[in-house]
Design a protein around this ligand. Structure first.
Ligand SMILES: NC(=O)c1ccc[n+]([C@@H]2O[C@H](COP(=O)([O-])OP(=O)(O)OC[C@H]3O[C@@H](n4cnc5c(N)ncnc54)[C@H](OP(=O)(O)O)[C@@H]3O)[C@@H](O)[C@H]2O)c1
Length: 251
């Protein structure tokens, strides 16, 4: 797809993969809107990239989503690309019964419900515009789960499945549906827990991830698997049991 002169909304675009993507899109000559919950982080991103449009929005909150929609409908009606990137990652222990259930529900709402609802809200606008697309950011863990983060992996598997169906349904509208599938990326995504687990490999940079996504979009590669995520996808088909038990050793 053409990657210049677009108007692009990136949820969770003030940090990590979202911010790197925003910067790449700006460099390619696009107008970029980002949203997130923390105002100060959005302001920081705009200080670094004055051309960014920023909006405080919790994508899991209905009122906030409606305000986001109204902002775009009134000021950016030629929006043609939605990037569902906002996400959180939580360790959740079901041996504790309902102790973690609120965290689990929050994770489902942010990682899966929000992309579904936002897609449905913005499809009528995207439909009106040329070169339109929805880009869902899932994860290599959609394909082989880590049992300590069961809801994270399940939401990403659901997003993978949803992306396939949405791509098929939207064929007749001209809206392309992409899925970006990153491996471990060195961002703030639950970094506290990564450190606490003693994880030493923090993965590739957000910049490298964004570069791979942009190249995939340019080549109309609808499932953009990046780095080690390719290994997880292939292994899920050929060697699931082995790789699952290696990844979950000790848990
Ligand atoms: N890092 C990895 O290893 C990795 C691997 C595969 C896939 N991914 C996926 O990549 C995406 C981006 O994550 P990242 O690694 O770049 O981590 P990140 O830097 O923590 O980015 C996540 C962004 O989402 C925003 N966000 C979270 N909840 C939100 C909400 N309810 N409403 C609006 N914005 C919200 C956060 O901002 P606020 O907190 O200010 O809202 C933050 O800017 C996620 O979907 C993640 O699952 C990451």
């Amino acid at each position: 797809m053409k990657l210049s002169e677009n108007k692009i909304l990136i949820t969770g675009g003030a940090t990590g993969i979202g911010l790197s993507l925003a910067e790449k899109f700006l460099n390619e000559g696009n107008e970029v809107l980002i949203c997130g919950r923390r105002e100060e982080v959005l302001i920081e991103a705009k200080k670094k990239n004055p051309n960014l449009h920023i909006k405080r929005c919790d994508v899991s909150n209905e009122t906030d989503r409606n305000k986001l929609y109204y902002w775009i409908k009134t000021e950016f009606q030629d929006l043609n690309i939605l990037v569902n990137n906002a996400g959180i990652q939580r360790e959740i222990d079901f041996t504790r019964g309902t102790a973690d259930i609120e965290k689990a529900i929050e994770e489902i709402k942010i990682n899966f419900e929000s992309p579904v609802v936002l897609s449905s809200m913005f499809i009528p606008i995207l439909r009106e515009n040329e070169n339109s697309a929805i880009i869902n950011v899932s994860s290599g863990l959609a394909f082989i789960p880590l049992s300590i983060m069961p809801i994270y992996c399940a939401t990403k598997a659901a997003l993978h499945s949803f992306s396939i169906s949405l791509r098929q349904q939207l064929k007749k509208t001209g809206i392309k549906v992409f899925e970006a599938i990153p491996p471990t990326v060195d961002t703030d995504l639950d970094k506290g827990a990564r450190k606490a687990r003693g994880q030493s490999d923090f993965g590739i940079s957000p910049n490298e991830t964004a570069e791979a996504i942009v190249n995939g979009l340019k080549n109309d590669e609808f499932e953009i698997a990046i780095g080690k995520a390719k290994f997880l996808i292939n292994s899920s088909k050929t060697d699931f049991e082995n790789i699952f038990s290696l990844m979950n050793k000790g848990n």
